[in-house]
Design a binder for this molecule. Structure first.
Ligand code: HAM
Length: 436
């Protein structure tokens, strides 16, 4: 088959037969977020380029190398969002939400765009579930946000994830650290890549997350920020650790985590797996106390995280996690003849109005082929309607899971019988699950 155009490199389709997995992950994530009283925020897929230059930072890989930036027809520079935080904060500031009760707790499910080298778990269009807690200074907020991420991973049934945390300090302690980094990396000027060389003066911390093998080797022995924290940052970090401990959340301190975006201050964290290849961070985030001011708003100490949904899906499939499929049809109505088709379309309407998902044949197939289709789509019940059934007003409702047959009056007890049989299926399912 020669298509006019195939999919763009680094993008993926979520196909109808797989979409229930996405729905499930999104449902669990939203559900857990609402237990922490987070509410959804939706922001545009594109923003003014300056938002990311200022917000994410113009010495980051994301801004320097990975953004999808273009001029629109009005000559404005526009960028497809590479991440969700900058847009969410822009929106919160623009709508003055900081005048309401603080903190503002928002979550989002968004597509993001980064021109990276595609590989397993690294795409050019990917999706994030993210949360932002805006206007919360206390270290208890750090622990809560980390717990939220942890709960989602747990509820999805994911195992073997390690939580690594660090503190990258505030501008005050960062000044001393930057000096130490400059001194350290100056000895390697000849070997650093061109981008890192340009970062040496402006933002040497960015050299620490350069993806070039040479720069990352040099970075291995660089000074670590934890040795430079001021008293306030140290105390904040100690409290975050003790809150996590009291919530029974296991973590390790990894002093090498610096994160790839410039807005972070104090606590940063990553949930890591070794089971899906090199791209092991499935959820990552941290505190960004200066971002709101950087974007022109008031001081709003804030923090959040985002999880890569493709990575979550990959990991769940790898670990054989369950994806309950609520999206299957309740009933397939097979038909023989024109009269039956008329009846089927009437029944479909009644059933759908009652909340069932009902399917009938669109392809003039024989009964055998129709039943094969009903099986393939995993319909829970089926019914065959032909001239006999229409004349007698009776048909057989088949439970496709148990094989049980029940006689129903097509215009009488049909909907009720289906209700009862469906409820019985659900109860059996619950009993079976409870046995484990
Ligand atoms: P990030 O670490 O750049 O942080 O991305 C968060 C997560 O998105 C990663 O841990 C990963 O799971 C996923 N991700 C990132 N890039 C890709 C990619 N190219 N392909 C597939 N998945 C990817 C942020 O985006 C911050 N905005 C998180 C945050 C929210 N910090 C505070 N609030």
């Amino acid at each position: 088959m020669k298509l006019v155009a195939d999919a763009i490199k680094g993008t993926q389709d979520a196909l109808p037969k797989e979409s229930y997995k996405w729905h499930y992950i999104e449902k669990v994530a939203k559900n857990v977020a609402s237990r922490f009283d987070f509410k959804e925020i939706r922001t545009p897929v594109f923003e003014k380029t300056e938002l990311f230059q200022r917000g994410v930072g113009d010495t980051t890989d994301v801004v320097q190398k990975e953004m999808y930036t273009f001029n629109d027809k009005g000559g404005r520079s526009i960028t497809l969002r590479p991440e969700g935080t900058a847009g969410a904060i822009r929106s919160i500031l623009e709508h003055g939400l900081f005048n309401d009760a603080l903190p503002i707790k928002a979550y989002y499910i968004t597509s993001c765009y980064r021109y990276e080298k595609p590989q397993a778990g690294r795409l050019r269009e990917f999706h994030q579930f993210g949360v932002e807690c805006v206007g919360a200074k206390s270290p208890i907020a750090d622990a809560e946000v980390i717990m939220l991420g942890n709960s989602i991973l747990e509820q999805l049934g994911i195992n073997n994830i390690s939580l690594e945390i660090n503190s990258i300090g505030c501008p005050k302690c960062r000044a001393e650290y930057t000096k130490a980094l400059k001194k350290y990396f100056s000895d390697y000027k000849e070997q650093l890549c061109e981008t890192c060389l340009s970062r040496l003066d402006r933002n040497p911390m960015r050299i620490l997350d350069c993806k070039s093998p040479v720069c990352s080797k040099i970075a291995e022995n660089a000074p670590v920020i934890l040795d430079y924290l001021c008293d306030e940052c140290k105390e904040h970090f100690e409290k975050v650790k003790s809150y996590l401990t009291s919530a029974n959340i296991q973590f390790t301190v990894n002093p090498k985590i610096v994160r790839g975006l410039d807005y972070y201050t104090k606590t940063v964290f990553e949930f890591i797996t070794t089971e899906i290849g090199a791209q092991g961070a499935v959820c990552a985030g941290g505190r960004y106390d200066g971002l709101a001011e950087e974007l022109g708003g008031p001081a709003l100490p804030s923090l959040g995280f985002a999880m890569g949904l493709e990575r979550i899906l990959l990991l769940m499939e790898k670990q054989g996690c369950e994806f309950p499929d609520d999206d299957v049809a309740d009933i397939y109505i097979a038909t023989m003849g024109e009269k039956a088709k008329m009846k089927a379309i009437e029944l479909c309407k009644t059933l759908r109005d009652e909340g069932f998902s009902a399917v009938t044949d669109y392809s003039d197939r024989g009964i055998k082929a129709q039943m094969k289709y009903a099986n393939k789509i995993g319909a829970k019940f089926s019914i065959v309607i032909g001239d006999n059934e229409i004349d007698s007003g009776k048909a057989t409702l088949k439970n496709m899971l148990t094989g049980e047959n029940t006689e129903v009056e097509i215009d009488g007890d049909f909907v009720n019988t289906l209700y009862k049989a469906n409820t019985q299926n659900i109860l059996t399912d619950i009993e079976n699950t409870a046995l484990f």
